[in-house]
Ligand binder design. Structure first.
Ligand code: FAD
Ligand code: EPU
Length: 336
């Protein structure tokens, strides 16, 4: 029987390091343990699922049951000449899986090195970095339906993956628990080192290999993103806004240095970090909350910030970006 803790501090379970409490907290180790809790503990409603809390901002105590699935295991379930299919338990750490794939000489996840969080959360916002998205290599997502307690499976084509989005972030939010993900890894090595200074960094590491790409990504990330063990944060607080080309051109008439990336369908993506920096927020501190000095898209907890303080800072940033550029930033982080 899974132990259910009462009035449990979540400080260690969110990378912002915000000190809030859950009325109940449990870490079920298997699907059966989750089902047992759901069948026997209806009085613990509402429920909330967490992974490693690296994309959550708690603004208050949670008056219900927080479930942190600890379903483990990485196993190869099938393979052919080109691919190897690995089923990874939701509770496995994402970067340990990436390390395993690189050590096993399997390609496809190396650009996603060092992203915090669990493997089970990776499809939720379709994690992405350095020119790759996890949806590129997801075959299937297995989940438990919280209403019917049935185990179901969704092929990647039905997951509605997009930039930092999926069916799990919206339509299925709070209605399911992802239990495992099946990844399609490549036996051939096709490298993607076109993002930013990745190619240059790989060359410093030595010959092109899965291991050198992984190390190069780790080095770049470490040079700009704060380590949540040292300074609380949840990575990019906002999504990069996507605008119509015409709208972006109008803004560029006044701000000719505004960077942008072309997307299909006459759309462009603008780096929110640039917009925030232009508004003068980079490195700024308000009370215990602040904006990282090396990457303006990252909000940080300088000590004992409350979730509300960080949320208020985010609100002020959104206002000033709107005032200056008429662009509405949308939080990437799940605000609870
Ligand atoms: P949590 O934060 O615990 O949960 C996120 C959401 O998923 C919540 O809504 C939660 O309810 C839900 N959830 C979690 N597990 C399950 C489950 N098993 N079933 C159903 N719902 C569930 N993201 C990127 O995309 N790219 C980056 O480069 C990147 N860099 C980051 C750098 C830093 C320093 C940090 C702190 C974060 C970064 N992130 C990045 C964000 C974060 O790493 C990802 O969003 C990650 O996938 C979150 O995983 P988690 O296990 O911590 O999820
Ligand atoms: N920039 C600034 N000032 C800043 C930060 C960025 O001007 O303070 C501009 C620069 O022009 C820079 C550009 O923004 O060249 C892009 O910056 P960076 O390469 O750091 O990437 P990003 O767009 O800020 C995105 C993701 C990250 C991901 C990196 C690398 C989003 C919301 N964020 O950040 O993901 O790691 O690209 O691929 O898409 C996350 O989602 O939590 C996250 C960290």
């Amino acid at each position: 029987m899974t132990q259910i803790n009462e009035n449990y501090s979540l400080k260690k379970y969110n990378t912002f390091g915000v000190d809030v409490k859950a009325r109940y907290f449990a870490t079920p180790q298997s699907i059966q343990e989750i089902i047992d809790i759901l069948e026997n503990k209806r009085e613990c409603f509402p429920f909330m699922i967490i992974g490693e809390g690296s994309n959550i901002l708690f603004t208050r105590d949670f008056n219900g049951l927080v479930l942190k699935p600890a379903i483990r295991g990485i196993k190869i379930i099938s393979s052919d000449r080109e691919h190897c299919y690995a089923e990874v338990g939701a509770g496995e750490n994402w970067d340990e899986f990436v390390h395993w794939a690189v050590e096993s000489n399997l390609a496809g996840v190396e650009n996603l090195s060092l992203i915090p969080g669990s493997a089970g959360s990776s499809p939720i916002q379709n994690i992405g970095a350095y020119g790759a998205e996890v949806s590129d290599i997801i075959e299937k997502v297995n989940y438990l339906d919280l209403e019917t307690l049935e185990i179901k499976s969704l092929p990647a084509g039905e997951c509605h993956f997009g930039y930092r989005t999926s069916i799990f972030k919206y339509q299925l939010k709070n209605r399911i628990v992802i239990t495992s993900v099946i990844f399609r890894l490549n036996t051939a090595h096709i490298y993607n080192t076109t993002y930013g200074n990745l190619q240059e960094e790989v060359e410093k590491m030595g010959d092109l290999s899965l291991a050198t790409v992984r190390q190069a990504v780790i080095n770049i990330r470490n040079s700009k993103l704060p380590d949540p063990k040292i300074i609380g944060n949840a990575g990019s607080f906002f999504k990069n806004p996507v605008l119509g080309k015409e709208v972006a051109c109008k803004i560029r008439q006044n701000y000719s240095s505004m960077p942008f990336y072309n997307l299909p369908g006459d759309l462009v993506k603008i780096p929110a970090g640039w917009l925030i920096e232009q508004c003068g927020w980079k490195g700024k501190k308000t009370g215990n909350a602040g904006v990282h000095d090396k990457q303006a898209l990252v909000l940080v907890n300088h000590g004992n910030a409350t979730g509300m303080e960080i949320k208020e800072l985010a609100g002020k940033i959104m206002e000033s970006v709107y005032e200056k550029f008429s662009i509405r930033l949308e939080p990437e982080v799940n605000i609870i």
